[in-house]
Design a protein around this ligand. Structure first.
Ligand code: SF4
Length: 262
């Protein structure tokens, strides 16, 4: 029987395993990572923001190591209150820099990295400026940054992407966790080569993906007890699928032994 006014051919087919309107489809890793970006933008909206001064960004990113954004910002504010300019920081004593940034932790190590990085820039350029990186090919500029003390792939990538608009994707601990649970990178090791190989060379997309994946990692995909039921990536997540099936196995096994009543 056809109900009046309803054409059965209009019905959306039900796909087993679909969650909400987002049906799993066959994806390779490259389509999956852009799907993740699209889903996060749909969920949270596209973040906007200007490009940052490269040297400030470099110092801020060194200060962000092993601390949260609030303490990073407090450390930077305290540094600039004490010294006024980054040129003053460059010629200050390590002890004075360390005491100005101690709220962010690891102050001795960070003070040394900041001062040495600033000195290396001046030694190379004659003054405190990184704009010359604009004239280099992205990977040459990245290599130059990676030679600075205390600068690894994440810090160098943040400067390249958020100051020079170059399509180099930086990954922090939240991004590594989410991408590993999504099945795109291994749990250990440097995720940068793989993620950069999967992503299209689109700096705007990379900035959005970077910021939104960190947000997802902080708010939903916690290191322990991720809240998968709330997650917009759930239908394509390898981790949640395997943990759901572990849960089902436990339930089935207890049920077989008469230990649980369904
Ligand atoms: S489904 Fe769960 S494990 Fe997977 S990305 Fe989302 S919160 Fe993380």
């Amino acid at each position: 029987m056809v109900l009046q006014g309803i054409d059965p051919s209009d019905e959306t087919p039900v796909v087993p395993g679909a969650i909400g309107p987002y049906a799993p489809i066959e994806m390779n890793d490259k389509t999956k990572i852009t799907w993740i970006a699209d889903r996060l933008i749909e969920t949270y909206g596209a973040p906007t923001g200007r490009l940052h001064d490269p040297i400030e960004n470099l110092v801020l990113t060194i200060l962000s190591q092993n601390t949260n954004d609030t303490n990073r910002d407090r450390a930077f504010k305290s540094l600039m209150k004490r010294f006024k300019t980054l040129e003053d920081v460059r010629v200050a004593s390590l002890g004075d820099i360390a005491s100005a940034i101690q709220i962010g932790g690891l102050q001795q190590q960070k003070a040394r990295s900041i001062r040495e990085a600033l000195n290396r820039i001046v030694k190379t350029r004659g003054y405190l400026d990184l704009e010359f990186l604009n004239d280099l090919a992205p990977h040459d500029a990245l290599r130059w940054l990676l030679e600075l003390p205390g600068v690894g792939p994440k810090t160098a990538g943040i400067v390249m992407l958020f100051s020079f608009d170059r399509p180099i994707f930086p990954a922090d601990t939240h991004i590594r966790r989410v991408m590993s649970r999504m099945g795109l990178v291994p749990e250990r090791g440097d995720p940068h080569p793989q993620l950069n190989q999967l992503l299209p060379a689109d700096s705007l997309l990379m900035r959005r993906l970077h910021l939104l994946t960190i947000r997802l990692g902080r708010e939903i995909c916690h290191p322990r007890k991720p809240e998968c039921v709330k997650c917009p990536l759930r239908c394509e997540c390898v981790w949640t699928r395997s943990h759901d099936s572990e849960h089902e196995d436990v339930v089935t096994s207890l049920s077989d032994k008469g230990g649980i009543h369904l």
